[in-house]
Design a protein around this ligand. Structure first.
Ligand SMILES: O=C1O[C@H](COP(=O)(O)O)[C@@H](O)[C@H](O)[C@H]1O
Length: 255
């Protein structure tokens, strides 16, 4: 029998009308996974993504109200960060703080941000230590899932978190967090990112994507063939329990 996070298992595909419907569906699924995690294990570890796509989802989670979700039992971690201070407009943490974390009752001590203001290699090492300490504190064994939900976006080039096509970070087998340099078309280029071994410790992976610029990469990634896995980092991520892509009709090629 195949392992549950086997690369051969195709992601579940959910096509929705538009970005608002994607955010609604994502919020419903994140809420369910948070409640399920707390009911089963007493806590939830939720990994947030950056960029602009999560803003609508965050607004939905805030709109559910402070009491609707088990924020007091939730740890917030990040899939990637740009190497900038947290108040910089490019900071993924800054975006999450502004749109979500400032509005929900998650204890500050349970928000584990990547320190983008540090020298990149130092920031990566420190975040790796932070995540390993979290696993120890929660009693998560080396082979078990650490993250209940990993939220991911994707770029038009198929990057996810800050794992970019062709980057040596994709070959990492042991480290959970690396510093990387994004292609020249991106700013800021210096990034911190979870690696594939870290992302493979997710129970549920939710990939959110919308818009025409992502249509080609989505189609290619979802073919799931060897070429897609080789060239598109997003095609290589699988959750242990489920991997779901929430797409608007345009990104899915239906419009
Ligand atoms: O640079 C990044 O890009 C991806 C996609 O961002 P989006 O703006 O197209 O949603 C994002 O998932 C990642 O966290 C971010 O650092």
């Amino acid at each position: 029998m195949s392992a549950p996070h086997d690369q051969r298992i195709r992601p579940e595909l959910v096509v929705l009308a538009d970005a608002d419907a994607v955010a609604d569906e994502a919020a419903t699924r994140v809420a369910a996974a948070m409640r399920e995690a707390v009911a089963a294990r007493g806590q939830c570890v939720l990994a947030l993504s950056g960029g602009s796509t999560p803003r609508r989802l965050h607004a939905r989670l805030v709109a559910m109200g402070a009491e609707a979700l088990p924020w007091a039992q939730t740890y917030i971690v990040f899939g990637d960060e740009r190497c900038v201070p947290p108040d910089d407009s490019a900071s993924n943490f800054g975006m999450a703080r502004e749109t979500l974390l400032a509005h929900v009752p998650v204890p500050d001590a349970q928000v584990l941000r990547m320190e983008g203001e540090r020298p990149p290699a130092d920031g990566a090492e420190r975040y790796e230590a932070t995540l390993r300490a979290l696993a120890t504190r929660l009693g998560v064994a080396e082979e078990d899932a650490l993250f209940d939900v990993v939220l991911l976006g994707m770029g038009a080039d198929g990057h996810t978190a800050s794992l970019f096509p062709g980057d040596a970070a994709l070959d990492e087998t042991t480290r959970w967090v690396l510093d990387v340099c994004a292609p020249a078309t991106y700013a800021p280029r210096d990034r911190l990112t979870l690696t594939l071994p870290a992302l493979s410790r997710a129970r549920t992976v939710l990939v959110l994507a919308g818009g025409a610029e992502k249509r080609d990469a989505v189609a290619h990634a979802l073919r799931g063939d060897a070429d897609a896995r080789e060239t598109l980092p997003v095609a290589r991520v699988r959750g242990r329990a489920r991997t779901t892509w929430l797409l608007d009709r345009v990104a899915a090629g239906h419009a």
